[in-house]
Write a protein that binds this ligand. Structure first.
Ligand code: FAD
Length: 305
C-alpha cells in the first residue's frame, strides 16, 4: 500500500514558500543561539524572515538591532513587526521612518497586547493608533511597503464573535494589508472553515498558516490558553509522559508538525509561516519533508542528474 501523502515530494513544482519568525534576543548568549538558527535556515531561501516587537524601549531597540543585523549580514528579506502599544502616533511614525531608512520594506502590523500582558483589558494610548487596521493605514501612507497582519482561525479572545473578528481583518486589508498570518492552530478543519468565512466576507489576500513546532508541550499549552488556541485531546495524548523524555518529545513534535503541514499542502496551501522560537531544528526538518531543501544541495543534485 502506498501512502501518497508521504510518497511524493510536495515541493517538486517549487510552489511552496516559507517564512520564519524570530524574537529579538535578550542576552549575548541568546543572540549567539539566534544567529546559529538564522545561519542554518538561510540556505532554505525563505520568502522573508520576521522579527517580533515588544513593549518597552529596550525590547524595541533589540528588534531594530536584529533587523539591522539581518540586513547587514545576510541576503534575507526581513519583515519588522510593529505594534501600537504604549506609543503615540508620532513615536510609531518615527519607528516606521527608522526602519524604512534602514532598508526595511516589509512589516507585520499589529495592535499588540496590553502592557500588563494578554488577558488584561487593552487600553489604546490616548494619542496612539488604536488597532491593527489604523497601523496598517499609517504604514501604507508612509511608503510602498509589503504589509502582513494577524488572523485568528479560532477568533481573537477579545472578539465577541467571528463576524466582528473578520470585520477587523477586512478593515486591515482595505487599509493596505496584502497578507494575513494566522495565530497557531492544530486543527486544520478549523483553519479551512475560517478561510471559507474570510472569503465569503470578500477578503482575498493569502491567509498564511502560522505553524508552531512544539518544543515544550507544557509551555505550549500555557501559551495556547492565553491566545485562545484549542489544544485537541489527541494532541495531548501524543505528548503524554514525554516532558522528561526530550528526545522522544522532539521526535513526536517533528512528526506532529509534519503531519499538519503535509495535510495543509494536500488541501492546497502553498505558504507557511513558522514560529521558530529561535530554534532551527524542527522548522528545518519540516521544511525538508515538504521539499524545501538548502539551495546549494538542490543545485548540486540537479548538476549531478
Ligand atoms: P487587531 O487585529 O487590531 O485586533 C484583533 C482582534 O481583536 C480583532 O479581530 C478584533 O475583533 C478584536 N478587538 C480588538 N480590539 C477590540 C476591542 N476594543 N473590543 C473588542 N474586540 C476587539 N504581539 C506583540 O506584542 N508583538 C509581536 O511582534 C506580535 N507578533 C504577532 C504575529 C502574529 C502573526 C500574530 C497572529 C500575533 C502577534 N502578536 C504579537 C500578538 C498580537 O499582538 C495579539 O494577538 C494582540 O492581542 C492583538 O493584536 P492584533 O494586531 O491581532 O489586533
Amino acid at each position: 500500500m502506498t501512502n501518497y501523502r508521504f510518497a511524493r515530494r510536495p515541493d517538486a513544482g517549487g510552489k511552496i514558500r516559507v517564512s520564519f519568525e524570530f524574537f529579538p534576543p535578550k542576552t549575548d548568549e541568546m543572540a549567539g543561539k539566534l544567529w546559529e538558527t538564522v545561519e542554518r535556515l538561510v540556505p532554505l531561501k525563505p520568502d522573508f524572515v520576521s522579527v517580533t516587537y515588544g513593549a518597552g524601549g529596550s525590547t524595541r531597540e533589540r528588534t531594530s538591532q536584529t533587523v539591522r543585523r539581518i540586513l547587514r549580514e545576510t541576503d534575507l528579506t526581513p519583515a519588522a513587526h510593529l505594534t501600537c502599544v504604549d506609543a503615540d502616533r508620532e513615536e510609531v511614525d518615527a519607528v516606521i521612518s527608522e526602519f524604512a531608512a534602514m532598508g526595511v520594506k516589509r512589516f507585520v502590523a499589529l495592535r499588540g497586547d496590553p502592557v500588563e500582558g494578554a488577558g488584561a483589558a487593552y487600553m489604546p494610548h490616548p494619542n496612539g493608533y488604536t488597532n491593527g487596521a489604523e497601523l496598517v493605514g499609517a504604514l501604507a501612507r508612509h511608503g510602498d511597503f509589503d504589509i502582513s497582519v494577524s488572523a485568528y482561525p479560532e477568533k481573537h479572545p477579545e472578539s465577541p464573535d467571528f463576524a466582528t473578528d473578520i470585520e477587523m481583518l477586512k478593515r486591515k486589508v482595505d487599509n493596505g494589508a496584502t497578507r494575513a498570518i494566522t495565530q497557531f492552530f492544530f486543527d486544520n478543519d478549523v483553519y479551512e472553515r475560517y478561510v471559507e468565512r474570510v472569503r465569503r466576507a470578500g477578503i482575498y489576500v493569502p491567509i498564511v498558516p502560522g505553524i508552531l513546532p512544539i518544543h515544550s508541550f507544557t509551555q505550549m499549552v500555557r501559551f495556547a490558553g492565553r491566545c485562545g488556541t484549542h489544544v485537541p485531546a489527541w494532541l495531548a495524548e501524543r505528548f503524554e509522559g514525554l516532558e522528561a523524555d526530550p528526545v522522544t518529545h522532539q521526535l513526536v513534535a517533528a512528526a506532529v508538525a509534519a503531519e499538519q503541514v503535509l495535510d495543509l499542502v494536500e488541501r492546497g496551501v502553498n505558504d507557511f509561516h513558522f514560529y521558530t522560537m529561535n530554534r532551527a531544528d524542527l522548522s528545518f526538518a519540516i521544511c525538508h519533508l515538504i521539499g524545501i531543501r538548502p539551495v546549494e544541495r538542490t543545485q548540486a543534485r540537479r548538476a549531478a542528474a
